[in-house]
Ligand binder design. Structure first.
Ligand code: HEM
Length: 417
């Protein structure tokens, strides 16, 4: 009798757990059923932004998919993106930390992976102290122009010898030096340097590790040297590193380790995204000679006999700006943004998304949806001319930098927008 009772109890308990799971599943947004164990892994494949966009056509702008045992919620319309990134941004502000990330030294000091709490606010404030100070960025403009001149000289030399230019490498080294000049007032690579080439030649899998190790040693070296300079009362440079070291001295919760990690993060994150965008701009201009001619014409008119384009000129080149925005619409460097995670249970449009659910915004699908864009797959910079559409996270059909508390605010600040 006792055995039967126990058996009945186990049966009842299992039925309850199973029922509860089904009940919870019913409250999640709809989505493809998937196979046991693997879930929708095979349907998602190697181009998740594209396959998720196709699945969203069937299951709607808020859907659930499963990757093995993990549940993922995907937002694929401007309205749903606004719900996730703006209306409920605090609830969706978590990050998913994979095992690969935890293997990276000091990953928990990384702004991208850190919870959106006091520590991340402190670091972002330290960054803004520099980026929001118009004079501080202006002080270094000469150095950034010099890095640009070096790039032009390199291309001129290549054209004289008839050598082909690898736009990807050129854009990468130029973007890296631009970022390094903002951080340390100095280039860290030249067009033939071994380290940069080593990084660029590494396969995709090894690339992040090679780059991290190299930039980590660069950052260590600069912080150590700059601290010695301070002891010896050597004149300041007025760059981002000086500004961050000042913040450490004023704020006991920041330390030099945070500064080193932040510098690597800025050099790594800032360089790849910017250089990939430049590569796409050049690709689209080569594919669209009429648009290339209009860009040339606009630059020639503005720059005149000066012979070189300066940072401040860019704000007065609306067609070039439209070309950059259209490139960012069609070729998002971070098509699914960085995955978010729910910090609490969230009720959204009648569905219930449990705490700790990975949530993705498919910015790629939104940027190519014919409901919001005319001829979405055609490269048409004119659509951004005389338009108020910008990338500051308030137009949810165009989200190259995300929106809300985890958005990439640093890049627009860096280019003075
Ligand atoms: C074309 C260039 C760039 C693109 C397209 C880009 C895009 C993005 C995107 C999509 C995110 C994630 C937003 C989200 O999760 O909702 C992000 C985060 C971030 N970006 Fe950028 N980025 C660029 C350049 C830069 C640069 C130059 C810097 C540094 C100066 C930077 C610093 C950051 C940081 C610190 C975060 C993490 C924010 C957080 O998680 O709280 N990015 N970026």
């Amino acid at each position: 009798m006792e055995f039967l009772n126990l058996f009945q109890f186990i049966l009842l308990f299992s039925a309850l757990v199973f029922g509860l799971r089904l009940f919870r599943r019913r409250k999640l947004p709809p989505g493809p059923i998937g196979l046991p164990l693997v879930g929708n892994l095979f349907e998602i494949g190697t181009k998740p932004h594209q396959s998720l966009a196709n699945l969203a056509k069937k299951y709607g702008p808020l859907m659930t998919v499963r990757l093995g045992s993990k549940t993922l919620v995907v937002a694929s319309s401007p309205e749903m993106a606004q719900q996730v990134l703006q209306k409920h941004d605090e609830a969706f502000s978590g990050r998913v930390i994979s095992d690969t990330i935890t293997k990276v030294q000091n990953y928990d000091l990384n702004l991208v992976w850190m919870p959106a709490g006091d520590q991340s606010r402190l670091i972002r404030r330290a960054l803004s102290t520099f980026l929001l100070h118009p004079k501080k960025l202006d002080t270094l403009v000469g150095l950034r122009h010099k890095a640009m001149q070096e790039m032009v000289q390199h291309v001129t030399k290549m054209s004289e010898t008839g050598e082909a230019v690898d736009i990807g490498k050129l854009a990468f080294i130029t973007a890296l030096n631009q970022m390094a000049n903002t951080c340390f007032s100095m280039n860290v690579a030249d067009y033939n340097s071994g380290e940069a080439q080593g990084f660029l030649n590494a396969g995709l899998k090894r690339r992040a590790k090679v780059a991290y190790n190299w930039l980590n040693s660069v950052s260590n070296e600069f912080v150590t040297k700059r601290l010695q300079h301070r002891k010896l009362k050597i004149a300041r440079h007025g760059d981002m590193l000086d500004s961050l070291l000042d913040c450490v001295q004023e704020e006991p919760e920041l330390n030099y380790e945070c500064v080193k990690v932040l510098l690597v993060e800025l050099l790594l994150g800032g360089t790849e995204t910017s250089s990939i965008t430049t590569e796409w701009v050049m690709t689209e201009l080569i594919l669209n000679p009429n648009i290339m001619a209009t860009v040339h014409e606009e630059i020639k008119k503005k720059v005149g006999d000066k012979g070189r384009i300066e940072e401040s000129d860019v704000l007065e080149l609306p067609y070039l700006q439209a070309v950059i925005k259209e490139t960012m619409r069609l070729h998002l460097t971070v098509p699914l943004l960085v995955p978010h995670k729910t910090e609490t249970e969230v009720e959204l449009k009648g569905y219930v998304i449990p705490k700790n659910t990975q949530t993705i915004v498919n910015a790629w699908a939104i940027a190519r949806d014919s409901k919001y864009w005319e001829e979405p797959t055609v490269f048409k910079p004119d659509r951004f001319l005389n338009s108020k559409l910008d990338f500051k996270g308030q137009h949810f059909s165009f989200l190259p930098f995300g929106s809300g508390r985890r958005m990439c605010r640093e890049f627009p600040l860096l280019i003075g927008l």
